[in-house]
Structures are given as C-alpha cells and as structure tokens.
Design a protein around this ligand. Sequence first.
Ligand code: NAI
Ligand code: MG
Length: 348
Amino acid sequence: MRHTIHHEDPQVSQTIAVLKGDGIGPEIMEATLRVLDALNCDLTYEFHDAGLAALDAHGTLVPPETLAAIEKHGVALKGPLTTPIGEGFSSINVQLRRHFDLYANVRPAISFPGTRSRYDDIDLITVRENTEGAYLVEGQSLSEDGETALSSIRVTRSGSERIVRYAFELARQRGRQKVTAVHKANIIKTSSGLFLEVARKVARDYPEIELEEMIVDNACMQLVMNPNQFDVIVTTNLFGDILSDLCAGLVGGLGLAPGSNIGSEVAIFEAVHGSAPDIAGKRIANPCALLLAAADMLDHLGMAEKGAKIRGGIREVLENDREQVTPDMGGSGNTDTFADALVKVVQS
Ligand code: NAI
Ligand code: MG
C-alpha cells in the first residue's frame, strides 16, 4: 500500500483537481486560490464540475470526467457541494468516499484567537476510519412487525491496520508524541476488540510514539474537561464521526474546521461546513476552513512550510486585523477583505 502523506518530489509542479462547489463554494475557493498563488506553490489548477453545477451541465452530480481527473491527479481541493434533498440522490461525499476508497477522514482541531470557544491551545487531530464499522448499508433490517431493528458492525483486520498505521505515520510526520486509540472493547468485544488488538500491534512499529488506549465514553469526558492532553486520536467510524464534531465544537465550531478524506491513491481536501445557501453570493462567507484544508493539502504535497504559513497567517489576521475578518467571526469585513489581509501577511 502506498501512503500518500508525503509527495515524493515537491520540486515537480503538481496539478490538482479543483471543485469550486455550490453556494458559497466559488467565493471561498477564489479566496483560497488567491492565497495559494501568493505563496508561489507552483500548483496547476484543473477545474471540474460537481454538485448542482454539474447537474445542470452534465445531468449528474458527479460526472465521470470529474472522477477521472481526481484519479489522474490524486489530489483534489473541493468546495462544499449541495446534495438535492428528496430527489433520490445519494450524498456526493459518500459517493466520492466509496469510489476512491477514502478510508481515512482526518480532522484537525486547532484553537484560533478571536473565536468563541472554551479552551485555548488545542491542537489535536482525529483520524476516523471511514469505510467500515457501524456505517454499513447492508446488515440493517427491521422485523416485519416493526418492533425490532438490527444493524451490524464490521471491522476488519486490514481496515483497522491501515487506519491505525495512517494515524501513526501522520504522528511521525508531524512530530507528534501520542496516538490515542478510542474504543469500546470492554463491551463490544469482537469488533472493537479487534480494532484495539490491531492498534497495539501496529504501535510496536512506532516505538517513539506513545499508544494510549481510551474507552469512548471516557474519551468524551476527557475531551470536554481537559482537551489539551490529546494529540492524535484514531478510532472506528461511528466513534470518529461523533468525536470529530465534538472536537470542532471545542475550538469554536465549523467555521475553522477542515477535513481531508484520504485513500491509498487519492486525497480530497475540503471544509467541513456545507454550501451555506443562506449567505451564498453575498461575499461574506468565512474562507478559513477551506484555507486550512488547503494548508493540509500543502502538507500532503510535501510543502509543510507553506501550509504552516497559511495557519500562522490566519492566526495573525484573526488577532490583529479584526476589521478584515468575516461577520461570523465578529469582524466587519468580508470574504475578499480577509483574503486581501491574508495575502499581505503570507507575502511579508
Ligand atoms: P451549512 O454548513 O451549509 O450551513 C449551516 C450554517 O452555517 C448556515 O447558517 C451557514 O450560513 C453557516 N455557514 C456555513 N459555512 C459558513 C462559512 N464558511 N462562513 C460563514 N457562515 C457559514 O449546513 P447546511 O445548511 O446543513 O447545508 C447546506 C447544504 O450544504 C446542503 O445541501 C448540504 O447537503 C450541503 N453540505 C455539504 C457538505 C460538503 O460538501 N462537504 C457538508 C455539509 C453540508
Ligand atoms: Mg459527521
């Protein structure tokens, strides 16, 4: 299996697929690409349709050309996509995850100044298994009398191994000290037990990184009471879904939450929030989450210094240039003034 955390040769110009997205997508993408350009990342952007824009132009939410481009380039930066409700469409994000077997959902939670949050100095990453666990379509049933519902959990040794290994590789890459494996092996002895067993085994290959084991209910309490004790968290699908939103809440909500979906061949970077149709076109959307996703993409492409510049720049603008910040963060600026300010900072 190829681990794509590092791009082999950062010197070679890289083409990425860019999906501007729906609603506020094009506005925050424009701001983000301006900042990437200001950093001289030497990226070539190939724009492709997805979402409502694609539905109009191609009659489908995810056209085959878009899938082919993502596959070819291996990296996509994606704006939020609107999935039409009640018209028989399945979620685009689920489609992309299945198509490319994007098994790792990686969500950093970092404290930024000027946000409404209970804690400072949180800097943790949740790594959620994204293809198995409790989120299976098959194995769900309701008895004929409607009185009993059943669903199943599938955890595989190989699925657990690749997610735990991803978490440890990420920890090693970023110089992090500890990986916490979150489980419920005391009760769900088979599936959660297998995950934990594999985590212990994989951890032996990373002697410099501590493996901590934590039962999921305790993990929730610990996160709320003392989040700074965490570094990298790795867990199965359902627990990861819940914990990653909990962590976003700890640092002030979805406005600053990036997420990446990683497979062995393809990685897709995005903001966690949606297309915000209520503010689309007003140019007041906060571009920070997509900018942070772009920073994670730069890390992935072997340009960690430039990624750090984006994060540091955001911190500086949020701290020192409140007039340029978007209204959702209490500023009096808009998407464009924020991008202007950030461009200035990263170029200085
Ligand atoms: P949403 O995240 O789009 O909006 C929730 C609230 O947060 C709204 O009031 C919105 O204005 C605000 N908001 C979101 N992002 C913001 C930003 N960058 N700056 C300032 N305010 C922001 O969630 P909602 O309304 O549930 O979904 C809208 C559409 O987005 C739906 O079609 C949904 O399917 C889609 N969606 C797509 C996602 C993706 O492509 N990754 C993820 C979540 C939702
Ligand atoms: Mg979720």
